[in-house]
Design a protein around this ligand. Structure first.
Ligand code: SF4
Ligand code: SF4
Length: 454
């Protein structure tokens, strides 16, 4: 059994020295990671219809996704969008295990494709890093460590800025950066707090985020089943493992030569040959490492590969399990409901409520009036001049208080009497409909009740 010797212990925390990975999958991962990084950095700074591509302003409860603005009134839509996200991750995990963690999670991408690569560049591969850490402080060590941590801090500062651009908006971030600090003390302090949090995560906490802190990793035991594709060691083929010994019959041995490379490249420090483990983030570095060994010893590749337990134990070909179908059906249904709600969603939300007090007023000319309060919420980022009227042309509206303009993302309030002539009233309690028009086009409708004398 290969011992994990690529660790350093410091105040109870075992630091790992994973060997620099390389290979086909690692190259593909690089391209996926850099594409996702470009998207991650671009989304809060590129604009569509005057709004940044993605905004997650929890403080003001405003969320923007590619032109769609969600205000507090749209909370149910936001909750549904979150549910779709969770269901998607569940479906994805049931079929493809923790592939998200290794290939798309920002934590892994920054750690493995940015910070770790800087570390390899400055300090060298695992053995050189170990040697540098073990040696006494000298000019070389001070320079390498200092330079590395300076770059780590600078990148953490950049990430903190982008993170804040998602939360408070890129325009607000620009103000914090360009205007005097005294005007944005809290924003300025926040940038530095997040900078040090990211710096701490990527320089010290590292893989502990994935193996201990992240709740998604803990869910694996519940989500994975025998049919889930995961990074796995084909023990049927690999065991009994053993080093190649010249002049000895190797025919009774499995394909694993116990070289330990799969363990040495693992960023979470585990031995995949021990079976599925919560710590495995499916980064596929061990697949590349083992493939290289298999090629060298003239054995078929993928001793470690994407397999499910059903294949490893019974050699059954991959088939989607019932759970995957079940989750997919639920996901498709929720997406359909969400899409229809988005399709029906109005740019202006109108609420009309009867004013408290008398049910109705009978006027000297015999007409009947009901008093209402209305609130109009503009969910777009443009100001609107609107007309509020009854859908029934016979009705008359007498405004007591009325805004005429609906500011972008703002609200307008109206208080008014709806007046009907007795000949147009058939029941004690009838339904009345109101319309909001902008440029002659009805953009919002709502209805309520109208009371008259019995
Ligand atoms: S076991 Fe393999 S796939 Fe899992 S984290 Fe380690 S190197 Fe990555
Ligand atoms: S890299 Fe492959 S051959 Fe080497 S120890 Fe791991 S599984 Fe065995």
């Amino acid at each position: 059994m290969v011992k994990q010797e690529n660790n350093k212990k410091s105040s109870g925390r075992a630091f790992l020295y994973p060997k620099k990975p390389h290979g086909k999958l690692y190259n593909q991962r690089k391209w996926v990671s850099y594409t996702l990084l470009v998207l991650l950095f671009a989304c809060p700074f590129l604009k569509l219809n005057g709004e940044q591509w993605v905004l997650l302003n929890f403080l003001e409860r405003k969320f923007v996704f590619f032109g769609l603005i969600f205000t507090p009134q749209d909370f149910y839509l936001f909750a549904l969008a979150m549910l779709i996200g969770v269901l998607f991750i569940v479906c994805f995990t049931v079929v493809l295990g923790r592939l998200w963690c290794g290939w798309a999670c920002p934590q892994t991408i920054f750690m493995e494709m940015v910070f770790r690569r800087i570390e390899y560049w400055i300090e060298g591969d695992a053995n050189q890093q170990k040697k540098l850490d073990a040696q006494d402080w000298n000019a070389e060590k001070v320079f390498k460590k200092g330079f590395k941590h300076f770059l780590f801090l600078a990148i953490s500062f950049l990430i903190a800025n982008v993170f804040l651009a998602y939360i408070i908006g890129s325009d607000q971030l620009y103000k914090i950066i360009t205007e005097p600090i005294s005007q944005h003390t809290i924003g300025f302090i926040s940038i530095w707090i997040f900078t040090f949090i990211f710096y701490g995560v990527f320089s010290y906490v590292r893989e502990v985020v994935c193996t201990v802190i992240c709740p998604y990793g803990r869910l694996q035991g519940v989500l994975l089943d025998n049919k889930s594709l995961i990074v796995a060691y084909d023990e049927t083929r690999g065991e009994p493992r053993g080093r190649i010994q010249k002049n000895l019959d190797q025919s009774q041995k499995g394909d694993c030569i116990d070289c330990g490379l799969c363990v040495q490249v693992c960023p979470t420090g585990i031995d995949i040959r021990k079976g599925t483990q919560l710590e495995c983030v499916n980064c596929t570095a061990c697949i590349d490492a083992c493939d290289e060994v298999m090629i060298k010893i003239n054995k078929p590749e993928k001793l470690i590969g994407f397999y499910n337990h059903d294949f490893i134990q019974n050699r059954n070909p991959f088939k989607l399990g019932a759970r995957a179908y079940g989750y997919t059906i639920v996901l498709v249904l929720v997406i359909l409901v969400f899409s229809s709600l988005i399709y029906k969603r109005e740019d202006v939300q109108t609420t009309v409520l009867r004013a408290s007090g008398t049910l109705y007023q009978k006027r000297p000319d015999g007409s009947i009036a009901n008093l209402y309060n209305a609130e109009l919420t503009n969910k777009t980022n443009r100001d609107m001049k609107f007309v509020f009227k009854s859908a029934d042309a016979n009705d008359k509206i007498e405004f007591i208080q009325a805004d005429k303009m609906l500011q972008k993302e703002g609200t307008a309030h109206l208080t008014f009497f709806l007046i009907k002539q007795p000949k147009n009233i058939e029941e004690f309690k009838s339904k009345v409909k109101f319309e909001v028009k902008v440029n002659g086009k009805v953009i919002s409708e709502t209805s309520t009740t109208f009371f008259s004398q019995p």
